[in-house]
Ligand binder design. Sequence first.
Ligand SMILES: Nc1ncnc2c1ncn2[C@@H]1O[C@H](COP(=O)(O)OP(=O)(O)OP(=O)(O)O)[C@@H](O)[C@H]1O
Length: 456
Amino acid sequence: MSSEPAISVSGVSKCFEMYNSPRDRLRQFFAPSGRKYYREFWALRDVSFDVMPGETIGILGRNGSGKSTLLQIIAGTLTATNGDVRVNGLLAALLELGSGFNSEFTGRENVFLNGAVLGFSRKQMEAKFAEIQTFADIGEHMDQPVRTYSSGMYVRLAFAVQACVDPQVLIVDEALSVGDEKFQRKCYEYIEGLRARGCAIVIVTHATSTVEKFCQRAVLLHHGRLHGIGYANAIIDQYHALLYSDEKAYLRYLNSEATNDAAAIAPLDVAVDLDVGADVPSSPEPLPAAPADDHAPDENVLPAAVQETHTRLRAYIENWSAEDARGERCEVFMVGEPVIVSARVRVLDDIDEMQFGILLRTVEGVSAFGSSTMYHNANLKSATRGGVYEVRFEIDLALCEGTYFVTLALAEAISHADMAYLDRKTDIIILKVREPRTKGTGIAALPVSVAFTKLR
Ligand SMILES: Nc1ncnc2c1ncn2[C@@H]1O[C@H](COP(=O)(O)OP(=O)(O)OP(=O)(O)O)[C@@H](O)[C@H]1O
């Protein structure tokens, strides 16, 4: 494999011109030079990093932090205001749904169109077509216009085209979350194969479990700046600290990480533009962590993920499960049915006070519900070294039909608004919520009564 970076992003900034009205846009068009009828909005500021061949890197960041803008600049569909991006080899990109296909053309025609954009002749695409068709697995829809496709079919075809051209660089923007879970699995397997062949891959996602499973390194963007770059686990921790804790906890987290492992994380300008408003909760929320396959690890052996991510482990979560009201392990529930999620906390140090949090998220990573022992005045007090405690959440699943992922988190409560994370288990339980007859859509299954009344 080449020692040259497959992607080199250096000093990239992107400024968007924000107009208050279409009139201002027109005025700007005719304005004398120097006169500005717009505000500048810097979506990216001075971002630099390299991706090596055979490396998969995840881009994390809150909504609006600049992830998609960065991907579009790497993919060449958007130009940077300052800085430079170099891509070494054939680049394939799965950007937002809708980009790349002509909706009036059939799937088959779009395959050839996309191939041409990627630099392949018709003959070369003909040779690849059977593989693309098998991968996409959309049957006779291949000869229908893509405007008739469901979003799942669309992603199947888009992924099949981009992946089967055997790129040296692959850019994926959340696109995979649209397909069904089986297809997502197939895509990730394919991505692994590409990576093994030396393809450099950049994935933007809100699902930290995806970054954890597929990426060696990750980048954290915050307000368009690069806040961290390093091992995926370390950046996920930093991302969660940013998402779920308050400013003090985030800064303390960064300080402790900087002392523990200066090479793994390179926090930048944190204090300058830290935004503690908007979607940051005022009190601590659950903080997710590494998924583990083993639900009941050997009592004396620490889970590998825990050993990796915590230099000084003081307590950890083990033996988690989801049960129905009869106490039986269960994955499929009816809307409104109670689930009992339980877990054990193994304590390795005397700890004054701990809170345990739970977070339910959709497949797309949207938080559906979170709670914590702190919210219920049920924190674990005066836990002693060697102790094992069980925590149980009984939750009525008032959620619309869908698949939800449960994350568990354990934190030391330092003061009411401050905490330090001890362990997290990200997306370790799957709950499938079913409804025999649809009564609502979205996430929350709110009680509804509705009726027509005859007035005349
Ligand atoms: N064409 C545009 N004109 C003006 N502002 C834009 C434009 N495109 C993006 N932005 C702004 O730039 C910022 C970064 O957007 P971007 O889509 O890159 O964020 P993101 O991290 O991908 O967000 P999300 O997680 O919500 O997809 C946002 O504040 C967005 O509103």
